[in-house]
Design a protein around this ligand. Structure first.
Ligand SMILES: Cc1cc2nc3c(=O)[nH]c(=O)nc-3n(C[C@H](O)[C@H](O)[C@H](O)COP(=O)(O)OP(=O)(O)OC[C@H]3O[C@@H](n4cnc5c(N)ncnc54)[C@H](O)[C@@H]3O)c2cc1C
Ligand code: SF4
Length: 594
């Protein structure tokens, strides 16, 4: 594979760019791709470093080739669930460790992602307990994301019309469907068509093969009118002729590392999927190490003038001037920037005349799940189930045709099974010696498990604001959380545990354990909603094209624009919406309307 350095023009403070994009993850990468391909000159500012992930991720390295079998060096610490539950943020305060990282660094193979996930010592936050996972480097969280690439449907976009809660989105599925198609074709997604109105199909590449236990569960669920489908992975399984920076998936097993990423970039990541092709147009200037801390304002017009940023290494401050400012720093970081950008014209923060910036914060609730044993598979020969970039997904089935008496909205399950490089059951199997090894081998392929992801309702009182007393390593005031799960989430979580058992039993799978515990707020890494879209400028921040109601040349193209969380993972929707908004923006730009 080619290494990932980005040659190209250097940032020129005297230049006025057509657009400045803040953040280079899924949203910022997509904005850079769409705008540069339409001839606009784009400056992409990224707070983190430029890492060569082709070298960093080492997806082919076996545990025994690594001095610590993939573990981080001493001095590094991954926060555990108990720390999030017992202590209050900032979680790294007074820690004895040199580096403190979020809980995902406690998963297998964290040494490969330790430079991607942020050090909590440099990036504190305050307020209510919240497990906030961030990645600061070119590509952001897309370098290590789980790749479940799902579409939303009108059950999500028009959820208020369905159950009366919250707000409908200002778009419907028909508006975004052509853009989901564009994302599928440009980036590649693997999946199997199911014709479900509540989980629309994409334009799929070769699906992931289900294991014997997954086929058994699929058949059991079919009898209940529920659907288990192969993991819809944002991974190119057939290859992409138009992108020379990405290989097709060779199923080499490193996906088992979970946050390990993919060093041949079969799994979508923003640097190879979007930014590198944008750079090839000659219209992109990428500047890493650029910590943006405010949107600057033209004092005559009140429009955005550009952004102020600090060089992450030298501390030097610059203004980047542009005709259009596009925030794509991730849901909570974009809210932080809007709130930090106070001026005479925008005393509550830019784009915040509604007072809704930072509010209506929503995500997914996780925790309840199940483990089971398919007895027929005990002692059967091993199958090669490594190298599947995901296993299976059980689509939502609650509150579609039915109406639950104690909660609204729904949830889906992500699950896995199969014989993999390291048999996970080895940890729980008692004993030692040859009989222990035989038991581990005999049972390795017989276990199957799944865990739920449920919709958290957007509520005005769930919010982030600026903490005036605490600053990050670069002197920028940090976010303060005021966010808690509510009654609907708790009731839904009880139902998740109940239906998980019901589905395993109906499929003839022996239940080994059922987990009812709800994980800490934030665990899903799917923060959404802090600058929601809408038709009414009094109750929303952005219009249907993610354009600020107050400031016509300001766009916020990440998950902060989402009106509700749905229960489907958000990244494919973030990119489809961003593509749609940037098409609109490029058109308005040509007409001189922004
Ligand atoms: C382990 C893991 C598993 C996941 N699994 C899935 C999944 O299966 N399916 C799914 O849909 N989603 C998943 N996600 C979530 C997914 O990664 C995010 O939805 C997606 O990356 C959001 O894109 P974004 O551009 O909004 O933010 P990011 O990808 O976080 O990118 C934001 C970028 O902005 C930069 N930035 C922030 N502040 C500033 C600033 N002030 N100045 C300049 N730059 C700034 C950051 O450094 C970062 O590079 C997962 C995430 C993780 C970490
Ligand atoms: S299994 Fe496929 S997506 Fe996963 S690391 Fe290997 S090549 Fe990449």
């Amino acid at each position: 594979m080619q290494t990932l350095t980005f040659p190209g023009p250097q940032f020129d403070p005297k230049n006025v760019y057509d657009a400045v994009v803040v953040g280079s993850g899924a949203a910022g990468g997509m904005a850079a791709h769409v705008l540069t391909s339409q001839g606009m000159k784009v400056l992409l500012l990224e707070a983190g470093k430029q890492l060569d992930t082709t070298k960093e991720l080492k997806s082919m390295e076996w545990p025994y080739d690594h001095p610590r079998r993939g573990e981080m060096p001493s001095g590094y610490h991954a926060l555990g669930l108990n720390e999030y539950n017992v202590r209050n943020p900032p979680y790294a305060k007074d820690s004895k460790y040199t580096h403190v990282e979020s809980y995902v660094q406690g998963w297998g193979g964290p040494d490969y992602s330790k430079n991607i996930v942020v050090d909590e010592k440099d990036h504190p936050y305050t307020g209510t307990k919240y497990a906030w996972v961030r990645a600061r480097c070119v590509g952001g969280k897309t370098n290590i994301w789980g790749r479940l690439a799902l579409r939303l449907s009108d059950y999500d976009f028009k959820a208020k019309s369905h159950d009366g809660y919250g707000e409908d989105w200002p778009i419907s599925y028909a508006d975004i469907a052509p853009y989901y198609d564009k994302v599928d074709l440009y980036l590649g997604v693997s999946g199997h068509k199911e014709n479900l109105p509540y989980l629309p199909d994409g334009i799929f590449q070769r699906p992931i093969k289900l294991t014997a236990s997954e086929l058994k569960l699929r058949a059991g669920l079919a009898k209940m009118g529920r659907v288990l489908t192969p993991y819809r992975a944002g991974v190119t399984t057939d290859g992409l002729k138009h992108n020379k920076y990405r290989s097709r998936c060779f199923g080499r097993g490193a996906c088992d590392r979970r946050v390990g990423g993919c060093d041949i970039h079969a799994a979508f990541d923003s640097p190879t999927g979007l930014i590198r092709p944008a750079a090839d147009t000659g219209n992109l200037t990428l500047r890493p190490n650029s910590v943006v801390f405010e949107v600057t304002v033209d004092t005559d017009t009140g429009k955005a003038r550009g952004v102020h940023f600090k060089d992450a290494e030298s501390g030097e401050v610059y203004e980047a001037r542009a005709r259009v400012v596009i925030l794509a720093a991730s849901t909570l970081e974009s809210a932080r920037l809007l709130l930090l950008s106070k001026s005479r014209q925008h005393p509550n923060g830019i784009g915040n005349s509604s007072g809704h910036v930072g509010h209506n914060f929503c995500e997914h609730v996780m925790g309840p799940g199940i483990n089971g044993l398919v007895k027929d598979l005990v002692g059967k020969p091993r199958t090669n189930d490594d190298g599947r970039p995901g296993s299976f997904y059980v689509a939502r089935f609650r509150n579609l045709g039915d109406k639950q008496s104690n909660f609204i909205r729904g949830y889906g399950f992500e699950g896995s099974s199969g014989t993999t490089m390291f048999p996970g059951n080895a940890f729980e199997t008692p004993g030692f010696g040859p009989s222990y090894k035989k038991t581990v081998r005999d049972y390795a392929g017989a276990f199957i498990g799944m865990g739920a992801f449920g919709e958290v309702l957007p509520r005005y009182e769930n919010a982030v604001s600026i903490d005036p007393d605490v600053k990050d390593r670069w002197g920028v005031p940090v976010l303060k959380f005021d966010y808690r799960f509510g009654d609907n989430e708790k009731k839904m979580a009880e139902d998740m545990a109940h239906t998980a058992r019901e589905m395993f039993e109906a499929s003839g799978i022996e239940v080994v354990s059922v987990n009812r515990e709800v994980l800490r707020e934030g665990w899903s890494i799917h923060e959404l909603g802090t600058s929601r879209m809408g038709n009414d400028p009094k109750t929303s921040v952005l219009n249907q094209f993610q354009q600020s109601h107050d400031v016509k040349n300001l766009f916020v193209v990440d998950g902060s624009s989402h009106v509700s969380a749905s229960c489907q993972n958000p990244t494919w929707t973030i990119m489809a919406l961003c593509w749609r908004s940037c098409d609109y923006l490029a058109d308005e730009f040509r007409k001189g309307n922004v």
